[in-house]
Design a protein around this ligand. Sequence first.
Ligand SMILES: [Zn+2]
Ligand SMILES: [Zn+2]
Ligand SMILES: [Zn+2]
Length: 473
Amino acid sequence: MKFDKIEIIDNKIEYENLLFYSFDSGSSLKIEHLMGYDAIIIDARDNDFARYIIKKIRTHYNPEFYLKPIFLINYKESKDPFLNYLHDGLVYSYDQIKDIAEVVKQIFFKTTQLDYQLIPSFEAQTMKKVLNYMYTRELRTLKPYVDLNSIIGYTFPEISVHFDDAEEAQVLEIFDWAEREGLIWPDFHERIYLCNQCSSGFLSYREVCPHCNSSNSKSEDLVHHFPCAFIGPISDFKNPIDNTLTCPKCNKGLRHIGVDYDKPSIIHHCNSCDNNFQDFFVKAKCISCTQDIEVQYLIPKSINVYKLTKKGRAAATNGFLSSGQEIEDIFGTINMATFKIMLHYELERIKANPSQKTSIAIINMENIFELYNKIGKKAEKKLLEDLVHMIRENINAADFIAFENSSTLYLGLMNADTMRAEQQLMHLSILIEKVIKTNFNGFDVKVLHKGKILHTHSKAEMQLQEITKDLFD
Ligand SMILES: [Zn+2]
Ligand SMILES: [Zn+2]
Ligand SMILES: [Zn+2]
């Protein structure tokens, strides 16, 4: 039996063909030189140092780096979400490398399944990195954490790491984009308000004088003396000697609240302009840019917990299935934009003609990318053309088809109620499975579908989103 003792030589540790690098604040190694290492152990004795290295690695443009397994040693309790949620485990001694080796191998195995297609837009690129990271760590939700370092007060570590603390509001924009793309679903968590100039959430709320905007004011009770009907601030009823109250108008002493006097409300006095007033203005001063903003002009934003949709989960391994050129010009289909416009007019037609029944439907070939990866782009397009041809033969001439991407298509089915649509979809699903099985060596494609009658009380686009959500959720 071999007894293996863990040895560190020049910050390097070798274990079962895995090479670890142990990073501490004394290490001279540049991040770029970490290429050859399978995993990194950061000495987290110094929080700032550990945070810096984590950020450096996780934001690297190269997946070799940003997906690298990171472990922390000498970790001490911290509130920093980057430190707490962007590592792959804590170790207490280097002997534990035996335990984490399995984690390293798992992550490595998952990275080999990723798709590394080039992506054009900044939002998509960022989101793809996040989805890749989540896939290799088996994460399914993006959670917000309260964070003093973030200018909006919240951080979503997996994505926020890609931005400077002051740019955190951009993270919310990327979420909006990803939600529109159907990659994530929001679950409301909290509402925040941001500065309308600089998007900062660090606001100081004050009650200010409606005349001069000063917050230098004092408030006191208003007293109403019943016998003489005088109303004035309580200070006018006070004397410097004792606690008794005397009416300044009729000079009678006040006896019992509720009997001969009461306090109908509160009055505010501005020490700056000397005005009295009943209602304050509420203003929020931005601590970041010093802009003083009336609260109704702050920008409200929702902080959500985001769950990955099926499409979001698949994007790590299949890439972003953008409705590219190759599926736009398939004979017998229209593009998604036209599809939506046609549905809109169809809806207007139904409003005028309530007996008209039109259904919308979605068909998704869940695992078709396994096949596409094998057969290549050209055969993929040929297959899609054949499928459209076959679908066309089984629907009405007036019905329309649009591809969302090469695994998902939408149908507009005229003269079909929900029941009729379901029958058609069932039939089409079986046909698609059969055609693919026969033509591609028995490949078992899994076809999902959902159809629903178009109703007139919400927008066609909303209804499309609903059936999509129903299918994928
Ligand atoms: Zn004032
Ligand atoms: Zn009086
Ligand atoms: Zn501001």
